[in-house]
Design a protein around this ligand. Structure first.
Ligand code: ADP
Ligand code: ADP
Ligand code: MG
Length: 679
């Protein structure tokens, strides 16, 4: 018996609430948003037909409070609830309460949520269903000493995990007893503060695996299918940042075996919604079950793009009791899709979250591009909006589709080039760097990619000579436009502005160019030499850039070239595909003077431990006068519900501790000072 759903309340916020509203609208179903104080002006609120206020900004006082959501359902007469991901999406009590009220939960049955929501319980089911699992100890661990004992039995390295874990939280790798002890305690603390459940287990840590997961879809009539895989190997802190479908690694036979094992696991709980079975896969293509997520996954758009199936629509139809119309043989994987998660976080500081106002937020146009690629951007923010400290710092999910992987990667590069965000730190430079790397291009990735490619942290990309010259040439034209505007505008000329410079010296990082320009009808012939005897290079450039714009789009010898530029004295700070370079455009006379200026020397902070993000001190692990070794844990800071352990970079002696447990710190606050000169 099917039920026609008429009004869906979305018990979530941000991009996923917006995503669900879009499909509901397409299906002619009314929508209700819920919102907290921080989300009064959020996009999901303005998109929904109705919106209900549910409390203060912390999720624990709004989005996680069942009674408030239930009251909103009663008040608006919603007959179904979509929980999105996170929050109450995998909470069986919530699903049970809805059942009691006769309201449809757009997710799987309660038993499936309960069995799969717990990593220990789900592994035991998986073993029974014949699914290949990570070896480990599938029981609870009571204290750090027992953790050490079990870790030795499983064999180092091990992964210490929260049974209730999610979002990469409550998880630590240990290579020895000391790390097992420390990891057990911090996993437990993090699990308690994030999930209110501090049960811990231990499994073997598989080194440099790939993360590959299978999307399944089941209905209430016993039908289950799978919609291929997604590879999500580019991760930081065990959390995905770039995902793609299909995987560049799997072969047809392994895909089929993984699909079939996933369906077998889903069948053990009569799975009746969209769900994801996650695996790690080693270099020999052995795969091991990690967990099943009984909800819509963040990265579901890449599956939608290669299968043409609207997963939210399927979830709604299945929840209403409809039979799956799709059969396994109808599932065709077409082309290639990639998703880049754009986060408010600082890639140069170990991806720590940033917060602030989106002064500019201008995503690339969602459309088909010239080479047939598709650009899709799922978001819940808008220009002028705020990225607050209360929720996940994801800004948007930029997805591209192409007929093959190469087209999808190129489209992603272009999309990232054209994505303009200012006001908050963001990870676009990092995403751009990955899209251009040879390893990513070859599909040679693993969950250890960031650690292997950036052992000392991401420090940006070095500009190559061709790009540096292109940037120098375009910046010359920008300087001319500025001078032109000054000359024609106010009538008050300063001595700089009087002449429009056609012969300039341009410095791009450490590179120096002598540049002359000739202009005809909006097109410019820009001739540059790099100060050596090498022949001058001519570029034909046109640009529609006008002063005040951050994105600079030009046509250079008929190829589009896009970078972001922020004004600095005598030039611009230019961001291009992961590089960040200062560009100065000077007249020959100014250039001579600049050469005589002393170089700025950066302050030496190597004898200080600075707080890398706004956060609260959980503990200080050393005392005044202690000698510490490189890599030794010094302090634990909690930010956005994550515990971060700060470690010594070098051997040193602690000479002063400035803060204590519970202190609220700003970025760069000095936590402690060292004497390092002894070593
Ligand atoms: P997925 O497994 O769906 O690919 P992740 O594991 O990276 O995605 O993130 C999903 C998890 O992250 C959720 O289960 C939740 O724990 C957390 N999360 C993500 N977004 C939010 C959000 N907006 N609010 C609360 N928690 C969130
Ligand atoms: P969550 O519920 O937080 O998503 P998962 O169990 O799915 O937790 O693991 C998240 C990520 O952590 C995986 O994608 C993988 O990169 C890494 N990981 C988890 N378990 C292991 C393991 N045993 N060995 C190696 N990596 C692991
Ligand atoms: Mg997971």
């Amino acid at each position: 018996m099917t039920k026609k759903i008429k009004k869906i309340l979305i018990a979530n916020r941000g991009e996923i609430a917006c995503r669900v509203i879009k499909t509901a609208r397409k299906m002619g179903i009314a929508t209700v948003a819920v919102y907290s104080d921080a989300d009064k002006n959020a996009l999901h609120v303005s998109m929904a037909d109705e919106a209900v206020y549910i409390g203060a900004s912390p999720a624990s006082e709004s989005y996680l409070v069942m009674d408030k959501i239930l009251a909103a359902i009663t008040d608006t007469g919603a007959d179904a609830v979509h929980p999105g991901y996170g929050f109450l999406s995998e909470n069986k009590d919530f699903a049970l309460k809805l059942q009691g009220m006769g309201v449809t939960f757009i997710g799987p049955n309660v038993r499936a949520i309960e069995a799969m929501g717990d990593k220990i319980a789900s592994k035991n089911l998986a073993i029974e269903a014949g699914v290949s699992c990570v070896p480990g100890h599938m029981g609870l661990i009571k204290d750090a000493e027992e953790a050490v004992k079990i870790a030795n039995k499983v064999g180092y390295p091990v992964m210490i995990k929260a049974s209730a874990g999610g979002g990469g939280k409550g998880m630590r790798i240990a290579y020895n007893d000391e790390e097992a002890r420390e990891g057990f305690q911090s996993s437990k603390n993090e699990a308690k503060s994030s999930f209110g459940d501090d049960r811990i287990f231990i499994e073997k840590f598989i080194e440099s695996p790939r993360h590959i997961e299978i999307q399944v879809l089941g209905d209430k009539h016993g039908n289950i299918i799978y919609l291929g895989e997604r590879e999500c190997s580019i991760q930081r802190r065990n959390q995905k940042i770039i995902e793609e479908a299909p995987s560049p690694f799997l072969d047809e036979a392994t895909r089929k075996v993984m699909g079939e094992q996933s369906m077998a696991l889903a069948a053990t709980v009569d799975y009746d919604s969209a769900g994801t079975v996650e695996y790690i896969v080693d270099k020999d293509m052995n795969f091991y079950f990690l967990e099943m997520n009984t909800r819509l996954q963040v990265e579901h758009p890449v599956t939608e793009l290669i299968t043409g199936v609207d997963l939210v629509e399927q979830m709604i139809r299945i929840a209403g009791g409809e039979k799956l119309k799709l059969k396994q043989k109808d599932v065709k994987l077409n082309g290639w899709a990639i998703e880049s998660r754009i986060y408010a976080e600082d890639p140069y500081r170990n991806f720590l979250p940033s917060i602030g106002r989106l002064i500019h937020y201008r995503p690339p146009t969602e459309a088909k591009t010239a080479n047939g690629a598709i650009v899709r951007n799922d978001t819940g923010v808008y220009e002028g909006g705020e990225i607050s400290m209360f929720y996940d710092p994801m800004i948007a999910k930029l997805c591209t589709w192409g007929e093959d992987r190469d087209v999808a990667v190129k489209a992603m590069q272009g999309g990232l080039d054209n994505f303009e965000i200012t006001g908050v730190g963001h990870n676009i430079p990092f995403l751009s760097a990955v899209m251009q790397s040879d390893r990513f291009e070859r599909g040679d990735i693993s969950t250890n990619y960031i650690a292997e490619e950036y052992p000392d942290g991401f420090e940006g990309v070095q500009l190559n000579a061709g790009d540096a010259r292109a940037i120098a040439s375009v910046c010359t034209l920008m300087a001319q436009k500025l001078a032109e505007r000054a000359a024609s505008g106010s009538g008050i000329l300063t001595h700089h502005d009087r002449a429009i410079p056609t012969d300039v010296r341009v410095q791009v990082g450490d590179r120096h160019y002598e540049i002359t320009t000739e202009s005809t009808n909006g097109s410019h012939l820009v001739t540059s030499t790099d100060g050596t005897d090498k022949a001058a290079i001519e570029l034909e450039i046109s640009t529609a850039w006008t002063p005040g714009q951050t994105l600079v789009t030009s046509l250079i010898d008929n190829e589009t070239f896009v970078f972001a530029a922020h004004p600095i004295p005598e030039g611009y700070n230019v961001q291009y595909r992961g590089s960040n370079t200062e560009v100065r455009v000077r007249t020959p006379a100014q250039a001579k003077l600049a050469k005589l200026m002393p170089e700025k020397i950066e302050a030496d902070t190597s004898n200080l431990l600075l707080c890398p993000m706004p956060g609260v001190i959980v503990s200080i692990l050393v005392e005044d006068g202690d000698e510490v070794q490189a890599g030794q844990a010094l302090a634990v800071v909690e930010a956005m519900k994550m515990e971060n352990t700060l470690r010594a970079e070098n051997k040193a002696v602690v000479t002063k501790i400035n803060v204590g447990k519970g202190d609220n710190l700003a970025v760069d606050a000095i936590i402690m000072e060292f004497e390092t000169s002894l070593y």
